[in-house]
Design a protein around this ligand. Structure first.
Ligand SMILES: Nc1ncnc2c1ncn2[C@@H]1O[C@H](COP(=O)(O)OP(=O)(O)O)[C@@H](O)[C@H]1O
Ligand SMILES: [Mg+2]
Length: 198
């Protein structure tokens, strides 16, 4: 546990030209905390998540992320290489449309295994075993591991995207209406916290 937040957002705003995307956003997110952002369509939820995950530059304000050495760094002052490192190791991002977060023409197992390889895992057998374990956690049958997500239902695609994001144990997961377009069965939530972790 920690006595410091993981993320500290200060007066963040993002405009698209003269249109306001989101404005005046300030909050802290603590390890283990789940923060839900609620608002009508067009209120800026996607803009905020894309800005926080460094896919967009803010118009003003800052977002301070506590990196593993304990120091807070403004996400927008990081180098491109540092941001890419965080995206690969520390953060997950679950898109509203699973096709945006999956590789649709490689197997389900490879979609999960790819994230493990990105953090340095090279052992094929272990990668496959971990992928199988995660498919089970999101209730995708083991015999679908070699199928491409193209052949999956919408709900299965979304669960695969969640598995792909959580397999590396990210410290912070952004989820943009992950269940908005799809119905999840009551038992289909991953059996591991899908939220900020240590
Ligand atoms: N790429 C864009 N260019 C211009 N305006 C945008 C763009 N993306 C979003 N917006 C505008 O920003 C506002 C917030 O949109 P969005 O963040 O998508 O809201 P939400 O996710 O809550 O539905 C809306 O007025 C929307 O039209
Ligand atoms: Mg949105």
């Amino acid at each position: 546990m920690s006595d410091q937040p993981l993320l500290r957002v200060e007066n963040l705003a993002k405009n698209y030209g003269t249109r306001i995307g989101c404005a005046d956003v300030s909050f802290e997110l603590w390890p283990g905390e789940v923060l839900a952002i609620v608002g009508e369509s067009g209120s800026g939820k996607t803009t905020l998540l894309n800005t926080l995950s460094a896919q967009l530059e803010p118009s003003s304000g800052q977002a301070l992320y506590r990196i593993r050495d304990g120091n807070f760094r403004n996400i927008y002052d990081l180098s491109e290489a540092e941001r890419r490192f965080l995206t690969r190791t520390d953060w997950g991002f679950v898109h509203q449309n699973p096709a945006d977060g999956l590789r649709m023409t490689v197997s389900a197992g490879a979609n999960v295994g790819e994230r493990l390889m990105a953090v340095g895992d090279r052992h094929y057998g272990r990668i496959r075993d971990t992928a199988l374990d995660w498919l089970g956690r999101v209730e995708i049958a083991a015999d679908r591991i070699d199928d491409q997500p193209r052949s999956f239902s919408g709900g299965m695609r979304q669960r695969l995207q969640i598995a792909r994001n959580l397999v590396t144990g990210p410290r912070l997961v952004f989820m943009d209406e992950p269940t908005g377009a799809r119905r999840f069965g009551a038992g289909a939530a991953p059996r591991s916290p899908a939220s900020a972790r240590r």
